[in-house]
Design a protein around this ligand. Sequence first.
Ligand code: BES
Ligand code: MN
Ligand code: ZN
Length: 495
Amino acid sequence: MKIQAKASKNYQLKTDCLVIALKPLKKISSQCAELNTATGGAIARLQDSGQFSATCGELVNLMIPEGVGAKQIILLGVGDKKLDTESVREALTSLATKLKSLKVDEATFELDALNAKSNVETVSRHLAEALGDTEYQYIKAPKSARGDTANKEFKATLWCEERKMLSTAKKAAAVGSAINNGKTLAKDLGNMPGNVCTPSFLANQAKKLGKSHGLKVKVLSEKDMAELGMGSLLSVSKGSREPAKLIVMEYKGAKNSKEAPHALVGKGLTFDAGGISLKPGAKMDEMKYDMCGSASVFGAILAAAEMQLPINIVGVIPSSENLPDGLANKPGDVVTSMSGQTIEILNTDAEGRLILCDALTYTKRFKPQTVIDIATLTGAVIVALGHQTAGVMGNDQDVVDDLIAAGEKSLDHAWQLPIKETYKKQLKSDYADLANIGTPGAGTITAACFLSYFTEDFRWAHLDIAGTAWGGSVGKRASGRAVPILTQYLMDRCK
Ligand code: BES
Ligand code: MN
Ligand code: ZN
């Protein structure tokens, strides 16, 4: 998806599709008098026929119209009320779906009527994202799954007559397109099968991203991790033939390269069978998505680098498989984490926290301003919040609030759950400093409580994206979340 903004309307311009947003009026055509005249009154006739009344999200297309350079015209109704971001996005998603069904891959958009119900920034940015989401196809999808639409990159042009609006539209479209590129990368990585997307594959992916976007990339081997004392992370990878990796990517956009970075720590569990506490067979294939936290770190860093955000960012990705094996963790095993705290592993399927805790301890060395970890950590978060909203918890209310605000703005929502002493108590063990699971109930919270024992030295928040990274209305596909919320969070950190 390529999106640009241009001034100067010209109805003779050659375009595959001209999209015009319109509000309901007695005479809808009065909003686009010039176009109505050029087409010999087609808009007025359409309204008179009762086939278009411009309610919000209403769509109608005029094929092969006379008098204009466009091969077809699509009218998009915007209704007569103010629209919140969610409704704008909904209307733009139906528009993008319509364009796809018409096999249109180049279009010009005149959306002033929609801008008036919302604002040009929101509309331009979410148009880019809606077009991107709709055009997305998994890079390796077989022809049969792709249908007959050749995957041509969508080219969008925004028409903006007002100078001031034009520059805002350009900036917002660039933001939307950067977020879209980040989401596309996250979706591709998430959708890849577990036998392709291994810890080593993710490490190579980081090196590739480093080369193309000027990041400093370091990959720690199991030997390096053993030297650092990462007994918790390594206990998970012991049960797998694929060597674990700790991937570190540094983006330096701040004027002062020494400025403290914001850290993103993403769970990169490339396949979670549960280990000896084996998961049931149904839907186990979906555990290839257990690296979506790390995928969103890749995506957010890509978006930040494309926008050249003036801050420093460090991405830290602990990556491993979790399989049953003769050498795998057993319930009752006790391991020592890099922090020195010992952990009794009561359930080998609670492995995400075991790899994250050592990655979080490692992150301290960057003296980060804030640390956000992102993980498909618990099935319980789906019970609590469904596939719509991510769970957020942390040790610093400002960081949590900033994330929630970023979620609202980017439509990648998060909702807070409490971390409290009474939940932390659930992790008591007679055999180690901590157990890796709590007593039944509040599984999302006790998982975050576990992590809180490894984050006391910095401002931290945790995003549980087990519900939002795939599934729900998106189906068995990666959604690209949490790229939007993370990218917005990073944008908001730029002064
Ligand atoms: N990766 C899973 C979490 C998960 C489960 C995500 C289902 C999406 C759908 C995680 O490693 C896990 O297995 N968590 C356990 C924790 C439990 C053993 C305390 C869970 O949620 O069942
Ligand atoms: Mn698990
Ligand atoms: Zn897992």
